[in-house]
Ligand binder design. Structure first.
Ligand code: 13P
Ligand code: SF4
Length: 322
């Protein structure tokens, strides 16, 4: 049978990436928002917390991080002696960009009696000014474990921060950042969908706006949403997050139906433009050429590592991760 050109390329990328991974002792970590082909070839697919944990455990010379820049930076901070590659170095994150280090420093300096908690979706420079890093998979539990009267600055996601304030009864000071993908998921359209599909449950990422989270049957990180839809006895789900997660949801639960929610805009906005910058071709080239590589100064690594190590230790102590 004659193979179409695209099929030849696809096969070549998969076998070439696998060959290079072996030859170079590299491990491929991918986030759930990556295109399906990348998720399929990855050694591990996970949420930010799971990926940070895998990076910590990685027994390889090279980590190829199929995700966005702050995730690859986190892997480098945990593994300064390893080469960390990101297939497209311009794969950023609107949340991380919403907190420029110089402005963040001024903000933090205004509240010297506050503990600084940063969502992992921030730059390494912001992490150097942070006391504790959290992810969507551990934020509520880690913050609940702190003394009740602890004054806190939370950055950069105001939706996640407001959600945590709501759940924990805290009054954290919030930085005004948002995720360009989750923040525009439209609550009215979601409510309409819920009316039209009364048998469907709504699962949402905590980066969504308050009205979306209030309407949700389950709120959690990408891994937690995946676990919920896998173990739940429902058959139909409205999924308020980036489209990439539906690949694993459908794979884990082939007999269930998953629907993406509409956004305020008319574009395919539920695709994260940064996550989707990574392609099989870029992945192959980055592994072959061993670049783009994440490089950070020793000083940044040393300072940014402390709040990440604290997060990993607290998450282990609280048995959120092993
Ligand atoms: P998770 O940690 O839930 O995977 O989220 C990462 C992210 O970037 C969400 O937009
Ligand atoms: Fe950043 Fe949002 Fe993309 Fe996640 S989905 S990487 S928070 S822009």
């Amino acid at each position: 049978m004659m193979l179409k050109n695209t099929e030849v390329h696809k096969t070549d990328y998969v076998s070439e990436i696998n060959r290079l991974k072996k030859e170079k002792n590299a491990v491929l970590l991918a986030h759930y928002y990556q295109v399906s082909e990348i998720q399929e070839i990855a050694d591990y697919v996970g949420d930010s917390l799971g990926l940070a944990r895998k990076a910590e455990q990685a027994d390889a010379d090279i980590i190829i991080f199929a995700g966005v820049h702050f995730m690859a930076e986190t892997a480098k901070i945990i593994n300064p002696e390893k080469k960390v590659l990101l297939p497209d170095e311009t794969a950023g994150c609107s949340l991380a960009e919403s907190a420029p280090a110089d402005e963040f420093e001024k903000f933090v300096n205004k509240y010297p009696d506050h503990m600084v908690i940063s969502y992992v979706n921030c730059t390494a420079a912001v992490k150097t000014m942070t006391d504790l890093v959290v992810t969507s998979g551990n934020a509520v539990k880690l913050i609940e474990a702190l003394p009740e009267d602890q004054k806190i600055i939370f950055a950069p996601d105001k939706n996640l921060g407001a959600y945590i304030n709501n759940i924990t009864g805290r009054n954290m000071l919030l930085w005004e950042g948002t995720c360009e993908v989750h923040d525009i998921l439209n609550a009215e359209k979601i409510l309409k969908m819920q009316r039209e599909h009364s048998d469907a449950k709504l699962v949402a990422h905590p980066e969504c706006k308050g009205p979306v989270l209030q309407a949700a049957d389950f709120v959690g990180s990408t891994s937690e949403m995946l676990k919920f839809t896998k173990n739940d006895d429902g058959k139909k789900y409205i999924v308020a997050t980036e489209t990439g997660l539906l690949h694993q949801m459908q794979k884990d639960s082939p007999d269930k139906e998953f629907m993406v929610v509409p956004s305020d805009e008319t574009c395919a906005c539920n695709d994260c433009p940064h996550m989707k910058k990574n392609t099989m071709e870029k992945l192959y080239l980055c592994l072959k050429n061993e670049k783009p590589e994440i490089e950070l100064s020793d000083d940044v690594i040393e300072k940014a590592r402390k709040p990440i190590d604290k997060m990993l230790k607290m998450s282990k102590d609280l048995k959120i991760i092993k």
